[in-house]
Design a protein around this ligand. Structure first.
Ligand code: 4AD
Ligand code: MG
Length: 476
């Protein structure tokens, strides 16, 4: 008999039909009631087995074991579910030793512990919900762009350029570490390397996306990016996924509108299609909040927070206004900030979170950052000091989006690249877009895991990517 998904059985109230279900045992009570989960939804299906069941079989039905069940869907006698399955036959597909199964050994395992057994954590309610929501968000992002006629461009993972000019790259090489070929001056001879030059893992697909935008008008990338920055925080990964739309003829204001529309669409899509998972995560978060002192608890629950974001326009301010607000703040006056505030600083997470969580209490788009703290490709404003950059700051997260209008004027771009020691000759292909029919254009990068954090209410970025890569950690 063909397998029916548990989600399908739980979703309709139909009874009295024969099915086959397969999944993993979540619990087994009174040698009679199995809670079965197959990952299709958060809910478990109750399987009732006969009291005359084989003793050997009963011994095999342990938490974590996988089973196949044939039986009849009937109206449930018990509380908590509308339907259940009266089993005709149960087969053990894969045994699971309860003495050794890590999820069985700990009662309510902590998120930290589950990170150590990330190969098994999908089988918990929390991670099941998180990764179903992650899937939905990815799908919604593609849907959003597809519905608007964007072309999905696959930009390279291995590249010779440093798109952000920050030098935080992982090298890609097949040269022997212990004895690489050398030039006469002692430097490594990358001409002998696999690609005939020094290469690295990409930090961003933006530069190549810009090339695409100069032909398709609107493109986006959605792929893995890599940063060798040694930031061991709850917001940083060494390998993360980024969505980068790039749109010809857009200015910084169009760019802000596009980013706000994208975030809102994706949130509403998840609320509509993953409600059960989000309700579960909301309860989880509310329980976690109860552990905190009163004054540190968030005012809104997860669902209310998401609905609030949907129903309110993002605040839009300039960097200069942001700095003024911070300097005027009680937090600054009472010396509550660890890092100093003055015009020109790269705002720290504490500053960003003050703006969104304490001052505006909603997402904030900050524009017009000092050119010194931003990348070479951002369009220079007429004041000579700032660039047409935009960061979106989200409650509980800080920076979730970073983007800008691009410098389309060849002379200004070349000058800025030279000032910042970006090799203009090597990057002739990037500059060519400004030589051959260049147009004003703009784009941004949305950090996918930060988006998943925001929507799921999880607090550590390691808990929203299946197998996190962070400093000193590449397990699994
Ligand atoms: O602000 P960033 O560095 O911007 C860029 O890479 C541009 N090329 C984007 C563009 O204009 N096309 O990164 C964009 C976003 C950040 O706002 C943040 O959400 C996320 O990527 N991000 C990270 N997420 C997880 N771990 C890290 N180490 C991250 N670094 C950036
Ligand atoms: Mg940024």
């Amino acid at each position: 008999m063909q397998r029916t998904k548990i989600k399908e059985i739980l979703q309709n109230d139909k009874c009295d039909y024969q099915v086959n279900v397969k999944g993993w045992v979540r619990s087994f009570r009174n040698n009679q009631f199995i809670a079965l989960n197959d990952g299709s939804c958060i809910g478990n299906l109750q399987i009732v087995i006969g009291l005359d069941a084989d003793e050997q079989l009963i011994k095999g039905i342990n938490n974590g074991a996988s089973i196949s069940v044939d039986g009849m869907v009937i109206a449930s006698q018990g509380k908590g579910q509308k339907v259940e399955i009266k089993a005709d036959s149960v087969t053990i597909l894969g045994e699971c030793d309860p003495e050794k199964f890590p999820l069985q050994l700990k009662n309510r395992p902590s998120l930290e512990y589950l990170r150590e057994i990330a190969h098994l954590r999908f089988r918990t309610n929390t991670f099941g919900a998180v990764f179903r929501v992650r899937h939905t968000l990815a799908y919604a992002i593609h849907k959003f762009f597809n519905d608007r006629g964007f072309v999905y461009l696959h930009t390279p993972i291995v590249t010779a350029s440093d798109a952000e000019g920050a030098g935080e790259m992982f090298k890609v090489s097949t040269l022997p570490f212990d004895n690489p070929p050398r030039n006469e001056d002692g430097t490594i001879n990358f001409k002998e390397d696999f690609f005939g030059r020094a290469t690295n893992l990409t930090v961003s697909g933006q530069l190549e996306a810009e090339l695409g935008a100069m032909a398709f008008s609107e493109v986006y990338t959605f792929g893995p990016t890599f940063r060798a920055e040694n930031s061991n925080t709850a917001r940083h990964l060494a390998e993360f996924w980024m969505i980068e739309p790039e749109v010809a003829f857009n200015d910084i204001y169009d760019n802000m509108d596009l980013a706000e529309d994208l975030l809102k669409f994706v949130i509403s899509y998840a609320l509509e299609h993953n409600r059960e998972d989000l309700d579960f995560l909301a309860t989880r978060l509310a329980d976690e909040e109860k552990q905190k002192p009163m004054n540190e608890r968030s005012e809104l629950g997860l669902i209310e927070k998401l609905e609030f974001v949907l129903n309110n326009k993002f605040e839009r301010i300039t960097y200069t206004e942001a700095i003024d607000i911070l300097i005027d703040s009680p937090a600054y006056k009472k010396k509550k900030f660890q890092y100093d505030v003055k015009w020109g600083i790269d705002m720290q997470s504490e500053h960003e979170r003050y703006l969104v969580e304490k001052h505006f209490k909603k997402p904030v788009i900050v524009t017009g950052y000092p050119k010194e703290i931003k990348a070479f490709y951002m369009r220079q404003n007429d004041d000579g000091k700032t660039v047409a950059a935009m960061d979106i700051l989200a409650p509980g997260i800080g920076e979730i989006v970073g983007g800008s209008q691009r410098e389309e004027r060849l002379d200004k771009l070349t000058q800025r690249m030279e000032e910042m020691h970006i090799p203009t000759e090597e990057m002739y292909w990037y500059l060519d877009t400004r030589r051959f029919g260049g147009v004003p254009h703009a784009g941004f990068g949305l950090g996918f895991e930060r988006m998943v954090l925001f929507v799921t209410g999880m607090t550590n970025i390691r808990d929203v990517i299946p197998f996190p890569r962070t400093p000193k950690n590449a397990e699994f």
